[in-house]
Write a protein that binds this ligand. Structure first.
Ligand code: FAD
Length: 293
């Protein structure tokens, strides 16, 4: 499919287009033994697509830390490259150092380094450590053992003072030793292309892979997007409202919109896609097949 909104001039012109394409899948850390067992099934279905790696989120608030660790070790043992997400989240450095050593000993070679968000209910008592400091810490503890991913925000992180300061702090993560980045999800490809061009002007030379959020649940998407600063364009919101009582139509609409977005990004030179799977195989499998990957 050739998207009408991806100008030919943009094709291959992106500063990102020379990187090899990598596709990866993200899981939310399971919170129970049942969820862990269900995740193993989803993993085996998606493993058949041979993605570059899987990643597993980390609850800086504490509830899912053990879930992250166990899911990472299981996915690693099942033969997939897996990247645990990691943040200080108020923990002492010794605890993070211990976790890094455990992952290293298990053969894990990739991590996603994040500041994380203030845990709800903490009343802001936890002082968060910025991601650039965590990247520096990982390099100091484990040298070049880990390939370090960091987060990027084409639509600007909600806590940022300005577009420029957000870019400078993104650069600080790269300067500290990050190897590649995954973006927050977005539904406007232009935000991504502008972001990677701005990064190029700043001399940021790492792959910046778009994060892709399937549209399967309107209410959850609207709520989550408001918190994380992802913009849902008005026309998408209006369609979500129209399909409020018609889940099959909502899913069909979401699949079409997100397939087009992915195609536009790939046509424009994005170095792969990182799918937020929501721990389900079906939405990612549909996108994968629609894109002919
Ligand atoms: P940072 O890069 O540290 O930036 C946070 C904010 O502070 C930005 O506004 C930035 O401009 C500013 N800033 C950065 N450095 C400095 C500095 N040195 N001094 C002053 N200001 C600074 N959250 C989780 O809890 N668990 C997860 O597993 C998780 N996975 C994610 C995966 C991806 C791909 C993405 C995009 C996000 C994920 N998040 C996760 C959410 C993320 O933790 C939040 O967006 C968080 O608010 C910021 O994390 P960060 O690593 O981008 O922070």
């Amino acid at each position: 499919m050739n998207s009408p909104t991806s100008p030919t001039a943009m094709q291959n012109a992106s500063p990102q287009s020379h990187y090899p394409r990598h596709f990866s899948f993200e899981f939310a850390a399971p919170k129970s033994a049942e969820a862990l067992a269900k995740l193993a099934k989803t993993h085996s279905l998606l493993q058949a697509l041979n993605p570059h790696f899987f990643s597993v989120t980390y609850g800086a608030g504490g509830s899912t830390k053990d879930g992250t660790r166990q899911a990472v070790l299981d996915i690693n043992a099942a033969g997939s490259l897996v990247a645990p997400h990691l943040s200080f989240g108020g923990d002492p450095a010794s605890k993070i150092a211990g976790l890094l050593q455990e992952y290293k000993a298990a053969g894990v070679t990739r991590v996603v380094a994040l500041r994380g968000d203030v845990p709800s209910g903490s009343g802001g008592a936890v002082k968060l450590t910025y991601a650039n400091e965590l990247v520096a810490f990982i390099r100091q503890q484990t040298g070049d053992h880990f390939h370090i991913e960091v987060a990027a925000y084409p639509e600007v992180h909600p806590d940022s003072r300005s577009v420029d300061s957000d870019l400078q702090y993104f650069k600080a993560k790269v300067d500290a030793g990050a190897n590649s980045a995954i973006t927050q999800y977005f539904y406007n490809a232009e935000a991504y292309f502008r972001f990677v061009e701005a990064c190029d002007r700043l001399g940021i030379n790492i792959p910046i892979v778009p994060g892709i959020m399937p549209i399967t649940n309107a209410q959850a998407l609207v709520r989550f997007s408001a918190n994380c600063g992802a913009d849902i364009p008005r026309w998408i919101k209006k369609h979500l409202e129209a399909y409020e009582d018609d889940l099959p139509s909502l899913k069909a609409f979401g699949e079409e919109v997100v397939t087009r977005l992915c195609q536009q990004l790939l046509d424009g030179g994005a170095p792969g896609l990182h799918f937020y799977t929501l721990n389900q195989s079906a939405p990612t499998l549909s996108l994968w097949h629609n894109l002919g990957l």
